[in-house]
Design a protein around this ligand. Structure first.
Ligand SMILES: NC(=O)c1ccc[n+]([C@@H]2O[C@H](COP(=O)([O-])OP(=O)(O)OC[C@H]3O[C@@H](n4cnc5c(N)ncnc54)[C@H](OP(=O)(O)O)[C@@H]3O)[C@@H](O)[C@H]2O)c1
Length: 337
């Protein structure tokens, strides 16, 4: 089993290597690739040192699976070249997600959309993955009519430059001696001690790309274009872990205790919901965990079939690396590769 990690020097790429190790994925040969800037750098995996290679060299090595976390433009450029030679590509970027023939996969929900004809598999956006993990069982039981979403996304969702900007601004605020920040800022406004109603890039309709992903990817994964979705995606000064307030309107009536039970019995979801003990999901407690945490499960009394949920997960794990590694494991276990 020859596996390439493309973008291995980045936040998601490093987490990917960690999760590949933790989940004991069989790897006979590992190839770590990144941009030309990093060629020759060393990465240690399972006690062995690997030199970072260029993407061209990774293609030439003809891996069985290439897991990409190198951004959309690198993915557009290189993923088809891997796929043409028979490599299964699992891509973390937004490049391929909405292509008709590309499965957009959260393994617990729709691994069956991967077929022998599949060449590129898209990993959904981090905010979408954690949300649909909680919504899929609700949709199956009651049918979802409408979603109103507000996200509170951490700076690690913007990669190394997001963390750099928060740390730099925090250091400046604490009056520490600061060298000029050489890394380009991730956000146009200060993130430290602030909340930006702005995650992703603004589009022509005044929404952002992150908000559009929540609309389009949710419908594709839940296989239901009739679901009405609207979202506001915010960036908050949290290092890791995305939080989401999700208002759900269902087609069929439900009992809120039943929703609790449904989520408690959903693999990959952990319910943390005890207001009397101040227990609810938080970015800090979800940090470095693979699961999706759901709490504040309560009826929305303003409509007939409404509920509110608070959903939190580590965006670098289930939102990116863990989900991608689960897909790779699925390919291996089902002998597609
Ligand atoms: N952060 C998250 O929570 C999250 C969640 C889901 C999906 N994603 C997606 O995952 C991807 C990576 O995100 P990240 O947070 O890990 O970003 P990051 O920390 O900035 O890392 C980017 C990685 O991509 C490599 N890269 C950049 N341009 C490249 C090129 N032209 N050819 C080859 N490699 C290139 C970089 O290599 P160098 O080190 O050589 O520059 C680095 O390894 C993005 O598409 C992002 O949207 C991120």
């Amino acid at each position: 089993m020859k596996i390439a990690v493309v973008g291995a020097t980045g936040l998601v790429g490093s987490k990917m290597l960690q999760v590949l190790d933790e989940q004991k994925v069989r790897i006979d040969e590992l190839i770590v690739a990144a941009s030309e800037r990093s060629v020759g750098k060393e990465i240690v995996f399972q006690g062995k040192t690997y030199k970072v290679v260029s993407v061209d060299d990774a293609i030439a090595a003809r891996p069985d699976i290439a897991i990409f976390s190198a951004g959309a433009s690198a993915s557009k450029q290189y993923a088809p070249r891997f796929a043409e030679q028979g490599t299964f590509v699992v891509d973390n970027s937004s490049a391929w997600r909405m292509e008709k023939d590309v499965p957009l996969v959260v393994p617990e929900i729709n691994a069956d959309t991967i077929t022998t004809d599949t060449h590129i598999i898209a990993n959904p956006n981090c905010s979408t993955i954690q949300m649909v993990m909680a919504l899929a069982p609700i949709h199956k039981a009651y049918g979802i009519k409408r979603l109103v979403i507000a996200t509170y996304q951490s700076v690690s969702g913007s990669g190394l430059k997001g963390i750099n900007q928060l740390n730099y601004e925090e250091g400046a605020d604490l009056r520490q001696a600061q060298e000029p920040n050489t890394m380009k800022p991730a956000y146009p406004n200060q993130i430290y001690r602030n909340v930006l109603p702005h995650a992703g890039d603004f589009t022509d309709n005044d929404y952002t790309t992150e908000e559009e992903k929540l609309v389009n990817e949710t419908r594709k994964i839940l296989r239901d274009d009739s679901i009405a979705v609207t979202a506001t995606a915010c960036r908050v000064p949290v290092t890791g872990g995305h939080s989401e307030a999700v208002n759900v309107e269902t087609l069929k009536p439900f009992e809120i205790e039943e929703v609790h039970r449904l989520l408690e019995n959903t693999p990959g979801v952990i319910v943390q919901d005890d207001p009397s003990a101040n227990l609810y999901p938080m970015a800090l407690t979800a940090y470095d965990k693979d699961e999706v945490f759901v709490g504040r499960i309560r009826r929305d009394y303003s409509i007939a079939n409404g509920m509110n949920l608070w959903i939190v997960s580590d965006n670098l794990r289930k939102g990116a690396a863990t989900n991608a590694v689960q897909i790779a494991k699925y390919l291996i276990e089902t002998k597609l590769v």
